[in-house]
Design a protein around this ligand. Structure first.
Ligand SMILES: *[C@@H]1O[C@H](CO)[C@@H](O)[C@H](O)[C@H]1NC(C)=O
Ligand SMILES: *[C@@H]1O[C@H](CO)[C@@H](O)[C@H](O)[C@H]1NC(C)=O
Length: 316
């Protein structure tokens, strides 16, 4: 629910227009993440060199860890893997609640880095691609900048010219028409992904989904002019004060309310697989050996393959 949105007539001659003000509905920090997200020990449909473990294993191997306002989710960085055995232990989280129109703000200190890594923070409906997918933070092999991408079925395209600071890679969101690529927008800021994101202390990703648009913003920890409601994780936020988004997906030729259903939030970290491990992508990344060999034989290379979330706040 959007509070105070629309018009309020104080006097017949005075029209007050309120901005897009939302109130906090959920706040996750530290150990709270594991109360509102479930650990999913499933096989990776994108064929990653990963072994998603269950909640008990994740906790006992310290692959999930919380303390104060740190929630850490990591991959194993100790074991050399047998080529014929399971992939590298890692964690996949799915939110217990699903969201439609909302604002989500992720305050992230660190994201997984390393050759072969494929981390993602995204939202998705139960019936893919008919209920849509929004990739907020995703990439492979430390190759920035971040790309924000929508995936839908047919009948969702983006105008070539629109009000965003990022660069559109592709304007058709239909997975069938784009070999699963969807409509991506690259954030024009090297601090938005990987080692540079981490070296700057991470930052904030925010998504606003209404029936008329989906907008994504990113502020590096060291950016200037970060909106105070974002910086402070305020109990209400006004997205009208956040400036031009990095990525803007209007409903002009994409009926957002029918192409996007209720979405769960997913946070996962896989290795290699269809994207990170494809020989052309891995080969062009400057990473050594082959992806699977590297992941199998170099556990210490995954010491920094972790997320550290300060908080996630959701507004409606
Ligand atoms: C678990 O991971 C956290 C975060 O990286 C770290 O601070 C802590 O020392 C680790 N605990 C153990 C027992 O290794
Ligand atoms: C996360 O899981 C989804 C599907 O369940 C998959 O499409 C995606 O590639 C995975 N990504 C990562 C980073 O594991």
């Amino acid at each position: 629910m959007i509070l105070l949105r629309g018009f309020l007539f104080l006097f017949p001659s005075v029209l007050v227009v309120w901005g897009a003000t939302y109130s906090q509905t959920d706040s996750h920090t530290g150990s709270g993440f594991l109360k509102s997200f479930s650990v999913q020990a499933i096989s990776d449909p994108t064929h990653g060199r990963v072994n998603y473990v269950d909640a008990g294993t994740a906790a006992s191997q310290n692959l999930t860890y919380s303390s104060g306002d740190h929630f850490v989710l990591r991959a194993d960085s100790k074991k050399v893997l047998s080529a014929s055995g399971a992939g590298r232990n890692s964690v996949r989280l799915q939110s217990n609640k699903a969201y439609t129109t909302s604002v989500m703000v992720f305050n992230i200190r660190h994201m997984p880095q390393g050759c072969g890594t494929w981390p993602a923070v995204w939202t998705v409906g139960a019936n893919w691609p008919y209920q849509g997918e929004i990739d907020i933070l995703e990439g492979v092999n430390d190759q920035g900048p971040n790309q924000v991408t929508l995936h839908t079925d047919s009948g969702c395209t983006m105008p070539a010219s629109r009000s965003q600071t990022g660069t559109a890679v592709q304007n058709n969101c239909d997975v069938a028409a784009t070999n699963n690529a969807g409509c991506g927008v690259q954030i024009t800021d090297t601090r938005s992904y990987g080692t540079i994101f981490n070296n700057k202390g991470g930052g904030w990703y925010a998504v606003e989904r209404t029936n008329s648009f989906i907008k994504v913003w990113f502020w590096s920890r060291e950016a200037t002019g970060i909106p105070s409601d974002v910086l402070n994780g305020a109990t209400s936020v006004n997205t009208d004060n956040w400036g031009t988004p990095r990525a803007y997906f209007p409903s002009t030729s994409c009926p957002i309310s029918s192409k996007f259903g209720p979405h769960n939030i997913i946070i996962n970290l896989t290795f290699c697989g269809d994207w990170a491990g494809s020989s052309s992508v891995y080969g062009a990344s400057g990473c050594p050996s082959t992806c699977v060999d590297y992941v199998n034989n170099n556990p210490a290379a995954f010491t920094n393959a972790y997320f550290d979330f300060a908080w996630l706040k959701i507004y409606g």
